[in-house]
Design a protein around this ligand. Structure first.
Ligand code: GLC
Ligand code: CA
Length: 725
């Protein structure tokens, strides 16, 4: 590694393309032209030139041939202030995803040189200049940077995963016993929904202490052990970060109620209209209540976008932001690898306190309780909320830099119907970094449709909506469900289709979020009003008894189904009943059986997770090939690796669908063969698609109803016209 002056880096660009503003703060162009290109630099001065990010502070460009590519980055500032520059170069040059420093103007530690830099988040210190030798994501997998991209993230509700002390509630020690299983799935990152002390009015999303563990789950020491276990297995952990609100039992809120001047402004208060007789606004929240509740103690209303027991924090108060940073630091110091930030679209409300208009789309929605009865113009997706997310991203970058930590990950949850509002969380440009994963709920919205509206065209509409709105610089992501939506196995018009949906989840480009139990196709458990005592998600009752069964989220949060053994499917040993009843289907749907079977949802899931680690799935190209009511197919490719994924969307019992993929791919040679790499469980063993390794002819690909297959084409992407730009 040689270190070279910043001036010389400019010489790698064709001199005629340089403008004096590009190199501001370095030297004049005339001076520069006299300089001689250093010998060890000239090897990088090859092929074509393409400008990358050029701003007041940064000059950067690519040099590349079809075999090699370099990114040259020059920070133009020479005065020293300690701000770190952070830029996103991802998506600017083909599928190149990362790079290693091969020359720099400063001496670098060997560690820095060895580490590959992910183009989504390149950190630059003042006055620095360096050359990155670029490579594809898959060729240089670097655990320290990529862990959140290649390997799926497994969402776990701790209370529903594994009980270790027979009180009927899943806990940290229970989870530790299941790490072998999680690893066997190929999951390397777990996401735990809230584990903090909580009165549990909203499954722990009502937090009474942000820096502790609920005693039902264990202790901070248990949690430290869990992190140690995970890290020793090269696994990662992210936790839910719930900045929007606290529980009403939180000390801050209690102090605010007592009129403690230090804490009043931690929350949002309003005197109300008409001398306090009327609510301040007509705002209705996301948990079936008006957003204002009167506090007799303070004789004022406080704001809550969710339950009245979840008062909203006031992010216009910088002290609250400082508290949040303290909390984040607390968990980062303990070794947590990242966060899923909850409810970010609700972080800030317009402080003009204007009423919200009724929504034109909401037909029968009761405006007293239904969130979708309104256009949330004043209380959701406010500009200030995006700023907060960016500030957290920046905080993580600085923390990682100062503490020499691996990449700290940030996912954000925003259930906005307007896709642009979701995309904005990724940051609008390449100079401002936002959420790494602004969670993509579009497949779950597809599943919300009536069964007869679920078909290939409707699916395509959702997938295309995502793809066409995803900014070039953003890394994609997918999920099939979460603790907030019904399970996919219950919602598919044909349960066998779940395997095809695994292919969409795991083989499309982007991070995959997996909800625990979906890997075995767990079903919802219906909760019935006759057994009111079984409900835990009390939010459901805010919509009136009429809606409680449909609104409760308990159905998808039932305990994990490990075995077909009595009494409780291996979740708990039987001294106490599980805190939430198991789904009745655990006799047929459980891990043990699916592990034993030659083919099962679980086995296919594992197979696909392995596949996605390789080229072209990790970081390669992707394009839809066909969508009709009956069929959805897409292609992934990089160089010689080309895979076709085809899903027959029909319900079982329809005629088979035959498709000429040679024609669709515009392939001109005599024949195009493919090899079966994976297939849904419902494909018959002795059919042409039945076994991995079988050869099939692409001009006549036949799929039965609800079947899905992954085929490796025996052709290189260069020979398939469809794969050309
Ligand atoms: C998020 C969570 C949901 C919770 C709400 C309030 O939407 O996913 O479960 O009820 O925030 O914290
Ligand atoms: Ca327990």
């Amino acid at each position: 590694m040689s270190f070279i002056s910043r001036e010389l880096f400019c010489l790698l660009a064709p001199l005629e393309s340089l403008r004096s503003s590009d190199i501001k703060g370095i030297t004049s162009i005339e001076e520069l032209k006299k300089a001689k290109l250093d010998d060890h630099l000239s090897q990088y001065c090859l092929g074509e030139y393409k400008p990358a990010i050029i701003t007041d502070n940064l000059f950067s460009f690519f040099r590349f041939t079809d075999k090699q590519a370099y990114l040259i980055i020059i920070d133009k500032q020479s005065d020293s202030n300690s701000e770190l520059g952070r830029y996103n170069f991802y998506g600017l040059l083909d599928t190149y995803g990362k790079g290693k420093i091969v020359a720099s103007c400063t001496t670098l530690s060997t560690e820095k040189i060895k580490k590959s830099i992910n183009l989504t988040n390149v950190i630059i210190t003042q006055g620095q200049a360096f050359i990155l030798e670029l490579c594809q994501f898959h060729t240089d997998y670097d655990e320290s940077q990529d862990w959140w991209m290649r390997d799926p993230i497994y969402e776990i509700i701790l209370s529903s995963y594994q009980d270790s002390n027979n009180d009927g509630i899943g806990d940290i020690q229970g989870l530790r016993q299941r790490l072998d299983y999680i690893q066997s799935l190929g999951m390397k990152t777990i996401w735990l929904t809230p584990i903090y002390p909580s009165p549990w009015k909203d499954y722990g999303y009502d937090i009474s202490n942000f820096c502790d563990i609920d005693s039902r789950f264990g202790t901070l020491d248990d949690f430290r052990e869990l992190i140690k276990d995970l890290h020793s297995r090269h696994m990662r952990i992210i936790i839910d970060f719930v900045p929007n609100h606290t529980a009403n039992t939180h000390l801050w809120f209690q102090a605010a109620l007592r009129n403690d001047p230090n804490y009043i402004d931690y929350y949002i208060w309003h005197e109300g209209k008409n001398n306090g007789k009327d609510l301040p606004t007509n705002w209705v929240g996301a948990s079936g209540q008006h957003m204002w509740t009167y506090s007799p103690e303070r004789k004022m209303y406080y704001l809550h976008q969710f339950l009245d027991s979840q008062p909203d924090l006031n992010f216009r108060n910088e002290k609250v932001m400082e508290e949040m940073k303290k909390i984040l630091r607390f968990w980062l110091d303990m070794g947590v690898d990242g966060f899923r930030a909850d409810a970010v679209r609700h972080l800030i409300e317009n402080d003009q306190f204007r009423d919200e208009p009724l929504s034109k789309n909401a037909k029968d929605s009761d405006p007293e309780v239904m969130y979708d009865a309104y256009e949330h113009t004043e209380t959701a997706d406010q500009p200030g909320s995006y700023v907060l997310v960016r500030r957290w991203r920046k905080f993580f970058d600085e923390y990682a830099y100062e503490n020499n930590r691996d990449y700290i990950f940030l996912a954000t949850e925003a259930y906005a119907q307007d896709i642009k509002k979701v995309m904005e969380h990724f940051a609008l440009n390449r100079e401002e970094l936002g959420s790494d994963v602004s969670i993509n709920f579009l497949i779950t919205y597809y599943l919300d449709k009536e069964d007869d509206e679920k078909h290939g065209l409707a699916l395509d509409k959702q997938l295309s909506e995502w793809h066409s709105n995803l900014p070039d610089h953003a890394w994609s992501n997918w999920c099939l469900g979460s603790h907030d939506s019904r399970r996919i196995a219950t919602r598919l018009p044909q349960k066998e289709l779940i395997d095809g949906f695994y292919m969409l989840l795991l083989l499309q480009s982007g991070t995959a979020l997996v909800y625990y139990g979906d890997e075995i196709g767990m079903f919802d458990r219906p909760f019935k009003l006759e057994h009111r005592e079984e409900f835990l998600d009390i939010t459901a009752f805010n919509y009136g008894d009429k809606h409680a069964e449909e609104k409760t989220r308990d159905c998808q949060r039932t305990p994990m189904q490990w075995t077909d053994q009595l009494p409780y499917a291996g979740f708990t040993s039987g001294t106490s009943k599980p805190y939430l009843p198991l789904s009745d289907t655990w006799h047929e749907v459980n891990v043990e059986q699916q592990e034993k079977a030659t083919r099962s949802h679980l086995k296919l899931f594992q197979q696909l997770v392995k596949l996605r680690q390789q080229s072209p799935f990790y970081g390669g190209n992707q394009k839809k090939v066909i969508s009709t009511k009956e069929l959805y197919a897409f292609i992934r490719w990089l160089d010689t690796n080309v895979f076709l994924i085809v899903i027959n969307m029909n319900k079982i019992g329809q005629n088979p669908v035959t498709t000429d993929f040679m024609k669709l791919l515009k392939y001109k040679d005599k024949e195009l063969l493919g090899e079966i790499v994976a297939r849904s469980c419902n494909v018959l063993d002795d059919s042409p698609n039945g076994k991995e390794g079988n050869q099939i002819n692409l001009n006549k690909l036949i799929l039965q109803s609800s079947e899905a297959i992954v085929v490796k084409l025996q052709a290189s992407a260069h020979d398939i016209p469809f794969c050309r730009p």
